[in-house]
Design a binder for this molecule. Structure first.
Ligand code: AMP
Length: 422
């Protein structure tokens, strides 16, 4: 029997990799404009890192982590998210001594043992950004502006920004107490999960998507009516900075993060194009308590994670103009001109042109068929006469237009007349 990939994981085949590469290079380009640098952390970490940061009682740590013991019996987990590893690396390498504010980003796979469904996988990929060392609301708005620019440059549309504040250790406990009292009164009408969360983590009830719970949850008190003066001012300033950047948003008081280390601003980006449930493309917020929780000095932090698979779904509908094929296919008459053909291929590649040479001994006709199949932009036919004269027939595959070019002029002709992908 053939061995297949593990459920919830996917191969990215060459035919669809173009979009992924475009997303990654756009991220790198846009993040650079704002002074962000890439950080790559290992894909596995000590389990304790996630247990301590995400919380031993959280769904992720309880049910969704791929955990195993190494040969010495130490528990190791595949990373389910990127923030804790980034903060761990930040502290481990003393990056806080290096610069007072660190602007970091990562791109890579994450692993969660969830029930696979559309938009939810066991290995998925995130582009994430973390800023450590600043608690300014203008910086939060700048991170969102950067994200909006990134999505706009990629041509993603119909994405909504939702924002909220989850308060701080001064004001949140008071709100959670009131919330709990209200939830106690509603118990019978709530789903089993909400009933359980009412005692373990009442804030997470606000996340529930079960239709029957919605009217009850909508009637619950809003955290925004219970923020302390500091949190209220911070949230107002954040919104003012977003307005200054002309970024539309909606305040949704139900948008919470169930973990204690989250404070103040939280946000999400959703798209109705993704359907009613797994519709979040980006989740982010402020996590000032996390570095301290991981043994570091008190350090403010703010960031987001964007799911690449979900972004790909949004972009697949657009015509991206990506062309995966080679720029030019070098079709040669027989082996006697192969050396010359390889020399020409090298010259073209030196000039940034992708040149394809076939080694299967196909006839000229079969080589032309292959060039078509590969979506090559041009073909060049190489025989004895061409090698002697130094003049080569170049055919534009799209419309069959053919001209003869001198060897040295082929590269510039292809560059000018075709869309070069590099
Ligand atoms: P989170 O780390 O849970 O806040 O998720 C941040 C983003 O990652 C979400 O908005 C999704 O776009 C994406 N994401 C999270 N979990 C998965 C998953 N299991 N499969 C695919 N994408 C995911």
């Amino acid at each position: 029997m053939k061995i297949k990939s593990v459920r919830g994981t996917h191969d990215l085949l060459p035919e669809s990799i173009g979009l992924w590469q475009q997303i990654e290079s756009t991220a790198r380009g846009v993040f650079r404009l704002y002074g962000y640098e890439e950080l790559r952390t290992p894909i596995f970490e000590k389990t304790e890192l996630f247990a301590r940061s995400i919380g031993a009682e959280s769904d992720i740590v309880q049910k969704e982590m791929y955990t195993f013991n190494d040969s010495k019996g130490n528990p190791i987990s595949l990373r389910p998210e990127g923030t804790a590893p980034v903060v761990r690396a930040y502290l481990e390498h003393g990056l806080h001594h290096d610069k007072s504010v660190q602007k970091l980003y990562y791109i890579g796979p994450m692993f969660r043992h969830e029930r696979p469904q559309k938009g939810r996988y066991r290995q998925f990929h995130q582009v994430g950004v973390e800023v450590l060392g600043s608690d300014h609301p203008a910086l939060e708005a700048e991170v969102i502006e950067m994200l909006v620019r990134f999505l706009r440059d990629l041509g993603a549309s119909e994405i909504q920004l939702l924002v909220n504040s989850v308060g701080c250790p001064n004001c949140r406990p008071g709100y959670v107490k009131i919330l709990k009292e209200e939830l106690d009164k509603l118990q019978d009408g709530l789903c089993a999960e909400c009933q359980r969360r009412s005692t373990t983590n009442p804030l997470r009830v606000l996340d529930c998507k079960v239709p029957a719970c919605q009217p009850l949850i909508d009637g619950l008190p809003s955290i925004l009516d219970h923020l302390c003066e500091e949190c209220r001012q911070h949230f107002e300033q954040f919104q003012a900075y977003l307005e200054l950047q002309n970024i539309p948003f909606e305040v949704v008081s139900r948008l919470v993060r169930g973990l204690d280390y989250y404070v103040g601003t939280t946000f999400e980006m959703i798209s109705s194009k993704l359907g009613p449930t797994q519709n979040a493309v980006v989740g982010g917020g402020r996590y000032d308590g996390l570095p301290e929780l991981l043994g570091g000095p008190p350090t403010p932090g703010f960031g987001f994670a964007l799911g690449i698979e979900r972004l790909v779904v949004l972009l697949e509908e657009n015509e991206t103009g990506l062309r995966p094929g080679p720029d030019i296919f070098l079709a040669y008459l027989d082996e006697s001109v192969l050396q010359e053909t390889l020399g020409l291929a090298r010259e073209l590649r030196d000039q940034g042109i992708s040149a394809y040479v076939d080694f299967e001994g196909r006839s000229l006709k079969a080589q032309m068929r292959l060039a078509n199949k590969l979506h090559s932009l041009f073909t060049c036919i190489i025989g004895d006469d061409e090698v002697k004269s130094g003049q080569f027939p170049i055919k534009r595959m799209e419309d069959g237009h053919q001209i003869t070019q001198a060897r040295e002029a082929i590269a510039s002709y292809v560059k000018e007349d075709g869309v070069i992908t590099s």
